[in-house]
Design a protein around this ligand. Structure first.
Ligand SMILES: Cc1ncc(C[n+]2csc(CCOP(=O)(O)OP(=O)(O)O)c2C)c(N)n1
Length: 327
């Protein structure tokens, strides 16, 4: 199998600013959720992806509208980037009728088929065989679309992960497996759950390439995704991209994460993907202080509006609990 080609890409200034906007919006969305959950406004567990945003932005930015994402509990940003309005996403967190599941399900179990978002379940790794099934559909229908499936390094120790990769490798499916290696599976550090350093190495045993990259570098993620997508669209089969990153908050907002040190957190916070990208954009003369202020103001207004909309949206009616059921 040929190695993944290093794709060359040149993003226009507007595209770079767009990427920057998504990083800021997704961060702000999660930060507000973290506050709202403490105010008792959110009716769901909240699993923020703060610190990991470059993975979602770098991957989803490379996708076409018709490509599918299979997100994880931390990937609310992929919903926003695929086209779910912030008002709708916030309503989902508030369990209101204006949310994706109309207030009838945990915030994390929603999807949107029309936007190419697979609704996840709580079972770790269980989205991966389904993602492989979606990719098989694309292959059978001879469409040049790709499925991007996200999972944590913890999930890469489940049987579902190995079955999905094996099937995808055997069938040469158009799928990109994206590992968000944030160093912990709940309280378990990666070295206590894996005997190897890189999840990416697991791809080789299923007959395709895996790469480990800096998951806090949005352009590195974008570049690796572009290469994997180009391969998948042209019949070259799957790729595994392992993005090394760190989650700043606990596993969920109820976890104070006493199992890790302040020094470790400080070290990773110094690798925050957003200031790094800000510095780059300023250096490239793509972003100036005025634009930065405008983007930040727009993000703040968008989030405020989403919260207000969700807070005032109607509650679900008890009788609606049995609508939209499939037998
Ligand atoms: C099959 C299964 N086992 C255990 C759990 C409980 N659980 C929920 S999240 C989690 C840790 C997940 O870690 P990882 O896959 O690395 O993703 P992360 O939360 O770090 O993004 C565990 C053990 C579960 N949901 N499903």
């Amino acid at each position: 199998m040929p190695p993944i080609k290093r794709t060359k890409f040149k993003l226009a200034p507007e595209q770079l600013l767009d990427m920057f906007y998504w990083l800021k919006l997704i961060r702000a969305f999660d930060e507000r959720l973290s506050i709202l959950v403490r105010q008792g406004k959110v009716r769901s567990g909240v699993y923020t992806g703060i610190g990991q945003e470059a993975i979602i932005v770098g991957t989803v930015f490379a996708l076409r509208k018709e490509d599918y994402v299979c997100p994880l509990h931390r990937d609310l940003g992929s919903f926003l980037m695929k086209g779910v309005e912030p008002r709708v996403m916030m309503s989902q967190m508030f369990a209101k009728t204006t949310g994706l599941s109309k207030g009838r399900d945990s915030a994390l179990h929603s999807g949107a088929n029309e936007l190419g978002i697979f609704g996840n379940t709580s079972m770790l790794g269980a989205n991966l065989p389904v993602a492989a099934g979606l990719a098989l559909t694309y292959k059978m229908e001879k469409r040049d679309n790709v499925v991007v499936a996200y999972f944590g390094e913890g999930a890469s120790n489940t049987g579902d992960f190995h079955e999905a990769l094996n099937f995808a490798g055997v069938q040469h499916l158009p799928i990109v497996f994206v590992c968000e290696n944030n160093q912990y599976a709940y309280s378990v550090p990666v070295e206590k759950s894996m005997a190897i350093d890189d999840v990416a190495d697991r791809a080789e045993s299923y007959g395709f390439d895996g790469v480990a990259i800096n998951g806090n570098d949005v352009l590195a993620v974008y570049q690796a995704t572009q290469g994997a997508l180009a391969r998948a669209r042209t019949g070259g089969g799957p790729t595994l991209i392992e993005c090394k990153t760190y989650r700043w908050h606990g596993h969920s907002e109820h976890d104070k994460a006493f199992y890790r040190s302040d020094e470790e957190l400080a070290m990773w916070r110094s690798r925050d993907p957003i200031p790094t990208f800000t510095t780059y954009l300023k250096h490239m003369k793509v972003l100036d202080d005025k634009q930065l202020q405008e983007i930040e103001a727009h993000v703040a207004t968008t989030i405020d509006d989403a919260v207000e909309f969700a807070a005032n949206a109607p509650e679900p009616a008890p009788e609606d609990a049995v609508t939209d059921l499939y037998a």
